[in-house]
Design a protein around this ligand. Structure first.
Ligand code: NAD
Length: 489
């Protein structure tokens, strides 16, 4: 616990962070508490010119940072991790107010960030390459990882602290500079917090720029020639646009996109345990997580009992302002998203599904909802809902379960619940999914396991201690001889 506040508005109100705090040319935006609509502060919005200036400053600063030793870069990140824990209470409260997160998620998010940064710091102490084989006597051949240069990081509003940290940590550890563009709706915890923490941790000027803004600011960052890589987390729609611009520019792009994740429950499952895990998978953070269980595919023999158990879980959840510690379901991020969840439920019911629980909302507070009789072609089956809705679809055979699970353009995560582990593993083999969990739910996140989607969920990149070093660096092959060899001409 620290007596000193981190996020003092006097420092950052109306400003961007780019070689220090500066008044923003792109205007300002108010950030509100999602449960109450009360103002939390005014952040600066970066203009396209400010994006270019930041990229130029980052490009210049990166040279000296990339030349530092890995352990020295790691020291700054270790201090960052320590500061995250020192300010854990304040950061968690900010997450609750700004993103509508419940207490448990906010505290978990802060601790995940501290761990992710610590693991990123350790990259600086790892080997940076290897001695390669060579077919030529007298040639010494080394393959080594080099920094990419400037990494542009674009994050969404749903878990902006984790999603920012998982890219900022390894990007800096591998010797890059960072330009971060958080979503305006969560621009304090998604942006200002990193600037405040890293300036306290002793990161030299110019290596982190925080430029909140909307699509225009993001597009300017993607287009900026001095930005060498874009690390994007957000919707598939925007990911496609960013991917095509980056492709044209031959710029590396990591796309972590949406999901419509199947949670498959077989008839040998413990129904209560499966429903409890399934409720967590669909209702945690109001279903506003890319890993949310979006479709409950349940064997027909247990579908009724499973539905009843899920309804009991849904009805027992406490809805309200998440500043109250007992609350388990907070608000949806904004009116547009809440109206979209409502539309999906309404249209799915009008196409023949049955409402088992919930379905209503009061403003941004959407009741945990259970639907059954949901079929492919209905919006609750086909779309990423991003709300606290658990749609149930039944299946009869293993083949049918696989076909239903794969019936989506997305491929982020899937989960299979069965006591028959051999069957569950067979299903994992057959699923088009970047992540599969057996006998667990879909919303699992740890820095050691690679999370990355296939299909419309991503372009093959993933974040984890296994993959981060490669993701944020590029190969350089260096050969050395003591003398120039003789050539035929
Ligand atoms: P979004 O795509 O609307 O916005 C994400 C970010 O992109 C924001 O910062 C936004 O300002 C910016 N942006 C918007 N248009 C842009 C453009 N044309 N150019 C550059 N930047 C632009 O997504 P959202 O609605 O804020 O977030 C929810 C989505 O994120 C969901 O689909 C969710 O599944 C996905 N998500 C994925 C992961 C993952 O790891 N795969 C994690 C969390 C969220």
């Amino acid at each position: 616990m620290s007596g000193e506040r981190l996020l003092v508005p006097e420092v950052w109100a109306g400003k961007i962070y780019s070689n220090g705090w500066k008044s923003a040319e792109g205007g300002t935006a108010d950030v509100v508490e999602k449960a109450t609509g009360k103002p939390l502060g005014t952040i600066g919005i970066a203009s396209a010119e400010e994006v270019s200036a930041a990229a130029e400053a980052a490009h210049a600063a990166q040279k000296a940072w990339g030349a530092r030793t890995g352990p020295a870069r790691g020291d700054v990140l270790r201090e960052l991790s320590r500061l995250v824990l020192v300010h854990a209470d304040e950061l968690a409260e900010q997450i609750i107010r700004e993103t509508g997160s419940i207490h448990a998620k906010a505290r978990w998010e802060v601790h995940v960030v501290a761990r992710e940064i610590l693991e990123a710091a350790a990259l600086g102490s790892q080997p940076r390459g290897m001695v390669a084989a060579t077919a030529e006597e007298g040639r010494h051949s080394v393959a080594r990882r080099m920094p990419l240069g400037v990494i542009g990081i674009i994050t969404p509003w749903n878990s902006p602290f984790i999603l920012g940290a998982r890219a900022i940590g390894p990007a800096l550890a591998m010797g890059n500079a960072v330009v971060l563009k958080p979503d305006v709706q969560a621009g304090i915890i998604g942006g200002i917090a990193f600037a405040r923490l890293l300036e306290k941790a002793g990161l030299p000027d110019g290596l982190l720029h925080v430029l909140p803004g909307g699509p225009e600011t993001g597009a300017a960052l993607v287009e900026e020639p001095l930005v060498d890589m874009i690390s994007f987390t957000g919707s598939t729609r925007v990911g496609r646009q960013i991917g095509s611009i980056a492709g044209e520019q031959l710029k590396r792009v990591s796309l972590e996109l949406g999901g419509n994740n199947p949670y498959v429950v077989f008839d040998d499952a413990d129904i209560e345990a499966a429903a409890s895990a399934g409720a967590w998978g669909s209702f945690f953070h109001q279903g506003q997580i890319c890993l949310t269980a979006g479709r409950h595919l349940v064997h027909e023999n247990i579908a009724e009992a499973y539905g009843a158990a899920l309804v009991r879980k849904a009805k027992a959840l406490k809805l309200g302002n998440p500043m109250e510690p007992a609350v388990q379901i907070g608000p949806i991020i904004n009116e547009r998203q809440a109206a979209n969840v409502e539309r999906i439920v309404r249209e799915t019911l009008s196409q023949g599904a049955t409402l088992l629980a919930g379905g209503g909302r009061s403003g941004l507070f959407f009741e945990p909802t259970v639907l059954t009789g949901v079929e492919p072609g209905m919006p609750a089956f086909d779309e990423e809902i991003f709300g606290p809705v658990a749609p149930i679809t039944t299946f009869r055979t293993e083949a049918e379960a696989i076909a239903l699970a794969n019936r989506s353009e997305y491929g982020l995560v899937a989960a299979v619940v069965s006591r028959d582990i051999a069957r569950a593993q067979r299903i994992a083999d057959a699923l088009h999914s970047g992540v599969v969990h057996i006998n667990d739910q879909t919303v699992l996140h740890e820095v050691y396991g690679p999370i990355g989607g296939v299909g419309a969920s991503g372009n093959g990149f993933s974040h984890s201690t296994l993959t981060n070093a490669d993701q944020f660096s590029e190969w350089q092959w260096v050969t050395t001889r003591t003398e120039v060899p003789a050539y035929p001409f």
